[in-house]
Design a protein. Structure first.
Length: 60
């Protein structure tokens, strides 16, 4: 039972970690080139960080 809980915790943590890495790469590209990542087109203006902090981005 404990191994199962540990496995799910690691999976959820991994998803959050990937989200944080993806967001930091996206923000780095945005600050470096002044452009939005193509994935953001058609999505809401607000990006949610895995830790619960929301980052408001100016709309295009």
């Amino acid at each position: 039972m404990n191994k199962k809980i540990l496995k799910y915790t690691l999976v959820i943590f991994g998803i959050f970690l990937l989200g944080g890495v993806a967001l930091s790469i996206h923000l780095f590209i945005q600050s470096k080139f002044g452009v939005y990542a193509p994935l953001d087109r058609g999505f809401p203006v607000r990006t949610f960080h895995p830790t619960g902090i929301s980052i408001d981005q100016p709309s295009i």
